[in-house]
Design a protein around this ligand. Structure first.
Ligand code: NAP
Length: 242
C-alpha cells in the first residue's frame, strides 16, 4: 500500500485518466485530479475514489495556459511534492495536412505538448527537493508510427516521447523515474467515431483497448518498489505496432 502518497493525474475526469486515477486510488494513493471543464464527470470520479477510501482534490484548469497551470499547481506543490505525476491530458483535432487549419495545429500542440511543459515545469522542483518521484507521460502509438490525418497529434505525441527521454536523462540521478506509455486504440470519448470493423483487422489481439489496460501499466510504473525501468516507451496496443 502507498500510505500517505499522492498522485497528480492531469486530465483525470474521463477516459484513460479517470481509469488511472481510480486504479492509483485502489493502490492507496490520494489523488489530485485535474481536468478542464467536465465538472460533473470529475465529481463522479471523486466519489468513486472516496468509495476506495482515498481522498481526491479536484483542480480544474487549462493545461495549455502556463499562467493557469502555475496558479493551480505552484502553491500546492510548494507545500508538498506529489509522489507521482501522470501527464495524460490530450485532445485530437484530426484532418489531412492539406486541409489542416492553424487552429487545429495550435490547439493540439498547445494542449498535448505545451501542457506537458507547463505542468512538469511547475511540479518538477518539488520532486527534486523531495528527492523522489515518478513521472508517467501518456503518448500514443500515433507518435511512434505516424497516422494519416494526425500530423498535429502525432507531432505532439512524438514530441512528448523526446521530451520525456530528455527529462529522464536529467533527473534519473535524483531518484525521479520518467517513463512513457503509448496506447493504441482505446475505447473512450476520443475514439467514439472510429469505425471498429475497419480497425479490428489491424489489431492482432482482435479487440480495442480498455482504459483499464493503460491504468494497470501506469499503476505498475508508479507502485513497483524496485524500479529499474527508466526512459522507456511502453506500447499498450494489442500488437497494433511492434
Ligand atoms: P478523453 O476521454 O477525451 O479525456 C481527456 C482528458 O484530458 C479529460 O480529463 C479532459 O478534461 C482533459 N483535457 C483535455 N484538454 C485539456 C486541457 N486543455 N486542460 C486540461 N485538461 C484537459 O481522452 P482519452 O481518450 O481518455 O485520452 C487520454 C490521453 O490518452 C490523451 O493524451 C490521448 O491523446 C491519449 N491517447 C488516447 C488514445 C485513445 O485511443 N483513446 C490512444 C492513444 C493515446 P475535460 O473532461 O474537462 O475535457
Amino acid at each position: 500500500m502507498n500510505v500517505n502518497k499522492t498522485a497528480l493525474v492531469i486530465g483525470g475526469s474521463r477516459g484513460i485518466g479517470r481509469a488511472i486515477a481510480l486504479r492509483l486510488a485502489g493502490s492507496g494513493f490520494d489523488i489530485w485530479l485535474t481536468y478542464r471543464s467536465s465538472h460533473e464527470a470529475a465529481e463522479n470520479v471523486k466519489g468513486e475514489i472516496a468509495d476506495r477510501g482515498r481522498s481526491c482534490e479536484l483542480i480544474p484548469f487549462d493545461v495549455s495556459s502556463y499562467e493557469e497551470t502555475e496558479t493551480a499547481l505552484a502553491a500546492r506543490t510548494k507545500e508538498s511534492a506529489p509522489d507521482v505525476l501522470v501527464y495524460n491530458a490530450g485532445i485530437a483535432r484530426d484532418n489531412l495536412m492539406v486541409w489542416m487549419t492553424k487552429e487545429e495545429w495550435d490547439s493540439v500542440l498547445s494542449t498535448n505538448l505545451d501542457g506537458f511543459f507547463n505542468v512538469t515545469r511547475t511540479v518538477l522542483f518539488s520532486m527534486l527537493k523531495a528527492k523522489k518521484g515518478r513521472i508517467v507521460v501518456v503518448s500514443s502509438v500515433s507518435g511512434q508510427t505516424g497516422q494519416a490525418g494526425q500530423v498535429n497529434y502525432s507531432a505532439s505525441k512524438a514530441g512528448l516521447i523526446g521530451a520525456a527521454k530528455s527529462l529522464a536523462r536529467e533527473v534519473g540521478k535524483k531518484n525521479i523515474f520518467v517513463n512513457v506509455v503509448a496506447p493504441g486504440f482505446i475505447k473512450t470519448d476520443m475514439t467514439g467515431d472510429i469505425p471498429e470493423d475497419q480497425i479490428l483487422p489491424l489489431i492482432p489481439v482482435n479487440r480495442l483497448g480498455r482504459s483499464e489496460d493503460i491504468a494497470s501499466v501506469v499503476d505498475f510504473l508508479c507502485s513497483e518498489e524496485h524500479m529499474y525501468i527508466h526512459g522507456q516507451v511502453i506500447g499498450i496496443n494489442g500488437g497494433l505496432a511492434m
